[in-house]
Design a protein around this ligand. Structure first.
Ligand code: SF4
Length: 398
């Protein structure tokens, strides 16, 4: 029975080539972890131990928890772990974990809310009636809170905080909630809880039966898509820096080759030379464009002033001529503002809203400047608009 997990489907969504490396070719790479996933694993293991002890009526002190975490960190550390953000050392990350555990410990201290049902619970949830596909379940902590309320707890050690709307659409915990529904007949409600440890913040969400059914169908359709795919193109993005397959990815071949070259050959690399030349020239052009645009604006203003002063519209150069035409625009209150709502209200009262429903600036110029409406109507619109004179410059050949 093929099984799918949140991360397996996620890999397909972010980069099909990465999916192929990991789940079809099952390539084993030397680099097994990034520092972020390492930090996550160590914190998860420490919290698992805290709650496992609690099941045996043994409450770890904060000092014991941190000592356990630091021991895990030392014992499992490998120098091959990737650190993308070069400004930070492994010790910075280790301390981040210490802080996260300390905040979590102090917040939940007695750890006696509810009954622990499972820690790092692993199982599979059948996705279709025939039992052909299943979803991998791995719950950080499952709690029975009494009266049919279950809680699925998930620890997040990353430095980004999800928005509520993202959690309300989260696939992973939603499927865990379906697993709870299927396995505990006394369930009444499942609360999905995320602990954003770096922010000392707890967020939650719930799912209805209908939402879970829709999600199941969506996952089955994604699986059908995955199974019918024959082409696995790379999707280069900022996430590549965290991809464990970057060293074998053809898209990044040049970077890997450069890293392996001695310095004298490195500087003669044709790709490196091309990139350096491109960047240098682009920087020059960008700097020139900024200066030139400022200069162009000054000349434009001088041309407009020249035409205004001389009372003419066309100015001749040696091979070209420029026409300087003025036109008016009307500035009205912006959409979704109190003033805009008041204007709409006034127009409705005047029975004129339909005539200007698109709020086209030319229509307003005609109405307000050429005074096409009655005077008392125009008086009521005073204060809602301002007129602005603009200029259009067009270059012609002589
Ligand atoms: S390095 Fe980037 S493009 Fe290559 S497999 Fe990984 S995610 Fe995909």
């Amino acid at each position: 029975m093929p099984s799918f997990s949140h991360s397996k489907i996620g890999a397909f969504e972010t980069c099909k080539l990465k999916y192929k490396f990991a789940y079809i070719d099952k390539i084993k790479v030397e680099v097994e972890d990034t520092i972020e996933t390492y930090l996550g694993s160590m914190v998860h293991e420490a919290l698992e131990k805290l709650y496992r002890d609690k099941r045996f009526e043994k409450l770890m002190t904060l000092e014991e928890l941190l000592a356990y975490y630091n021991k895990l960190w030392e014992e499992n550390w490998k120098d091959s772990i990737i650190i993308v953000k070069k400004d930070y050392t492994p010790d910075n990350y280790r301390k981040m974990g210490e802080r996260q555990l300390t905040d979590y410990y102090n917040k939940h201290k007695s750890f006696d809310q509810g009954r622990i049902i499972g820690l790092e619970t692993q199982d599979f949830l059948p996705l279709d009636e025939q039992g052909k596909y299943k979803f991998h379940i791995r719950i950080d902590r499952l709690m029975d809170m009494g009266d049919g309320l279950y809680e699925v707890h998930d620890y997040k050690t990353g430095s980004s905080l999800s928005k509520q709307e993202e959690l309300d659409k989260d696939r992973q915990l939603a499927m865990y909630s379906q697993w709870v529904r299927q396995n505990f007949k006394d369930f009444n409600k499942v609360r999905l809880v995320w602990h954003f440890l770096a922010f000392d913040k707890e967020m939650d969400s719930y799912r209805t039966k209908e939402e879970l059914e829709n999600l199941r169908e969506e996952i089955l359709s994604q699986i059908a898509d995955i199974e019918s795919t024959e082409d696995f193109p790379a999707n280069v993005s900022w996430l590549c820096d965290w991809c464990l397959y970057k060293s074998i990815c053809p898209m990044w071949k040049h970077e890997v080759e450069l890293e392996e070259k001695p310095e004298n050959e490195y500087l003669n690399d044709p790709g490196l030379k091309l990139v350096d030349a491109y960047v240098k020239l682009k920087e020059k052009i960008d700097a020139y464009r900024i200066d030139a645009e400022g200069e162009l604006e000054k000349i434009r203003e001088a041309l407009i002033a020249f035409c205004e002063r001389e009372g003419m519209q066309v100015v001749s150069g040696s091979e070209s001529k420029i026409s300087v035409k003025s036109f008016k625009t009307i500035k009205l209150p912006r959409k979704n503002t109190k003033e805009r709502a008041e204007l709409i209200d006034t127009l409705k009262k005047l029975g004129r809203l339909e005539e200007v429903s698109s709020f086209n600036t030319y229509a307003w110029v005609k109405i307000l400047e050429k005074k096409e409406w009655e005077k008392d109507e125009l008086d009521q619109l005073e204060g809602f608009w301002t007129a602005k004179k603009n200029y259009r410059l067009t270059v012609y050949e002589k």
